[in-house]
Write a protein that binds this ligand. Structure first.
Ligand code: PBG
Length: 325
């Protein structure tokens, strides 16, 4: 007999908290989360106006932050350096006493094996022109000269105790160049995370304040055009062929299609970076009472995992991990 009423009733599995929890397809775990950290030279931590709740730490103040991150069960921390002085080739990046390498030493000794200590491998925080590489005589970013700088950076970061190098500069061949330099120096133990599909995004706006970047021009000659989906997958394929241990899509929320493509194909873990602008938008809307902050945070991060990310870099990592527990 057909009653005319539906036989299929998906609402049965949405009826109670218990049944919804039982059938949830995606779960977030504290170990899925990685906290980006900014460490500056100087004596005082500096709160960031465009990222409420995020601070440029000092070598001292960052200690308790990584202890909290470890206690919350995070997967790791990604360290960015904010130097006092910058120059054309970013010498601070390869100086063992440069702020990023110093911060890495401090954090590695603080957390031991409790977290994966990861470092941003890019020149933009260290160059006076703010580009991710060195410039040629015509002022263009010189791909292959930059690779040589990245190789030196990789060795300095490995020496400082980084376990995972986050290559965020979008130079062609950067994974192979860094892998070769590490292996040649006997550091085949150090892993490479490639920001494979890093888009030229407006959502990095608040980050530029976070690292006090002095960028002249833009990054469109090396970061991907937001119009391109197929190219995101191609970049990930090239990086895996060059030896990347992990690939990343960045930003996250506006690039879930690219993330889904990469994760459907990838033989290695796929991560995503929920960037500064994604953070700032939710914080700003919540501060105005326009959005439920906690629900929006959880939904935004859960959606990134649902789209295929194995782990997520987010400025809410410690807070979110604590609520997940
Ligand atoms: C480059 C780098 C950027 C971010 C991380 N690494 C920015 C850029 O290309 O300008 C952005 C992170 C964020 O916005 O949260 N080293």
């Amino acid at each position: 007999m057909t009653s005319g009423f539906p036989v299929a009733r998906p609402r049965r599995l949405r009826a109670t908290d218990a049944i919804r929890r039982q059938v949830a397809e995606t779960r977030l775990h504290p170990a899925d989360l990685i906290l980006p950290l900014f460490v500056r030279e100087g004596a005082d931590p500096r709160p960031l106006g465009s990222m409420p709740g995020v601070v440029q730490h000092t070598l001292e103040s960052v200690r308790s932050v990584v202890q909290d991150a470890a206690a919350a069960g995070l997967g790791g921390v990604m360290i960015f350096g904010v130097p006092e002085h910058r120059d054309a080739t970013g010498t601070g990046a390869t100086d063992p006493d440069g702020i990023l390498n110093q911060a890495t030493r401090v954090i590695a000794s603080e957390v031991g094996d409790a977290l994966v200590v990861q470092t941003d491998l890019c020149l933009d925080e260290f160059t006076d022109h703010g580009h991710c590489g060195v410039l040629d005589a015509d002022g263009r970013v010189d791909n292959d000269a930059t690779l040589l700088r990245y190789q030196d950076m990789a060795l300095a970061q490995a020496d400082a105790g980084s376990a995972l190098l986050g290559l965020s500069g979008m130079m062609d061949g950067q994974v192979a160049a860094v892998r070769y330099a590490l292996d040649d120096a006997g550091r085949s133990d150090v892993a490479v995370l490639s920001y494979s599909a890093k888009y030229a995004s407006a959502y990095y706006g608040p980050f530029r304040e976070a690292v006090a970047s002095t960028l002249t021009g833009n990054r469109r000659s090396y970061q991907l055009d937001p119009a391109n989906r197929r190219e995101g997958l191609r970049e990930a394929q090239l990086d895996v062929a060059e030896g990347a241990d992990i690939v990343m899509v960045k930003p996250a929320g506006s690039y879930l299609d690219v993330l889904a493509d990469v994760s459907a194909w990838s033989p290695v873990p796929v991560w995503a970076y929920q960037v500064s602008g994604e953070y700032a938008m939710i914080e700003a809307a919540a501060a105005n009472g326009w959005i439920d902050r906690d629900r929006a945070i959880l939904e935004s991060v859960l959606s990134i995992k649902r789209a295929g990310a194995d782990a997520i870099l987010t400025y809410w990592a410690t807070e979110l991990a604590t609520t997940l527990r």
